[in-house]
Design a protein around this ligand. Sequence first.
Ligand code: PLP
Length: 419
Amino acid sequence: MTLDPLLAYARRMDRADGLAHYRKRFEGVASEVVYFDGNSLGRPPVAAIERMQRFMTDDWGGRLIRGWDEAWLQLPTEIGDRIGRAVIEAKAGQTVIGDSTTVLLYKLARAAVDAQVARDPDRREIVLDTDNFPTDRYVLEGIARERGLRVRWIEVELTSGVTPEQLAEVAGPQTALVVLSHVAYRSAYLADAPELTRIAHDAGALILWDLCHSAGSVPIKADAWGFDLAVGCTYKYLNGGPGSPAFAYVRDDLQRVLEQPIQGWFGTADQFGMGPAYQPVPGIRRYLSGTSPIVAMLPMEETLAMIEEAGIAALRAKSVALTQFAIELAEAWLAPLGVTLASPGDPAERGGHVTLHHDAMREVTARLWQRDVIPDYRDPGGLRIGLSPLSTSFEEVHRGFTATVEVLRGILAERAGLG
Ligand SMILES: *Cc1c(COP(=O)(O)O)cnc(C)c1O
């Protein structure tokens, strides 16, 4: 039997891949498990295991409460600056590790709309798209209710995302804030962030970028693109572990103006003075609220070290090659079974995952999990395949698609038998 040319291609790609050696630096890759969900929860970096053990014995166990003064109080800004440098191209002092993405979204969006309404009481609209991530929609609807504002919805196609034309149509003198995802969680649509930011600014609005699905897989230039505000997950492409805290970016000149709503002692000028009134510390720290989740901040540092070494440009190049290969396999093997691409076909408009549509995909996903092939399912009928560039190999993609076509064929045969 001759070797499947697509398998031969996958092996050639792995041999030529300058990032291939990073795969071994993640736990679990020696097993046969195919992991297609690194965009939801990245694999653990091996180095984080030892780091966590050392933290328990030496840092926590050995230093006890002294650890706060000696190191931990600085970690939110230290790691924030590292993300600024290696992941979002933001100069120091603008990025901090805080709470969950949801809570940071609330704090920054509330700060932004309050400042806008104070400056111009006619700015009463928040612009959002109907396919933005659920938590973004829910948080912003809550803020609108709380502050007596309106949400202006942009309707988007499920296979793409917000275009500059669509934003230009709705942004105007009534817009306080625009909230968009850089990479759409469902379709992987990669928004034109510099252009959309410019359009928001031309309308006098502030813009808050959700970078959850782009941080660590797509180049981001927060400063050069003129971002006002951004938030992003660290447990997806940054492999921080389940529930690892998110990062927030606030452009430095806005830090003097934007007052966050959860006034806690970790954001004050004299935290251990414990004075009678809240006095925010100048700078990015003012967006902290309560005690920082130090334990959950440690694993992501191991991924940041890898990204600092490899560079986002190399990660993006591999990510594009991986999604292209997945689309090629889907066209060769799954399209004849009725599967369609629910992500942009042009890699310049696509992030690090690929969504494939078929009405059997919920069942396909359940059966794949039983076979240790792990994508995820998103309604309606979407098989979502996340291909984390540091930890995924081309042969792994081939293995996953081999299983997918077998499973889908089986389901279709059962259906035909029932008919
Ligand atoms: C994953 C994700 C979130 C998750 O927010 P949490 O507060 O961490 O649950 C938010 N927004 C986007 C776009 C996401 O992809």
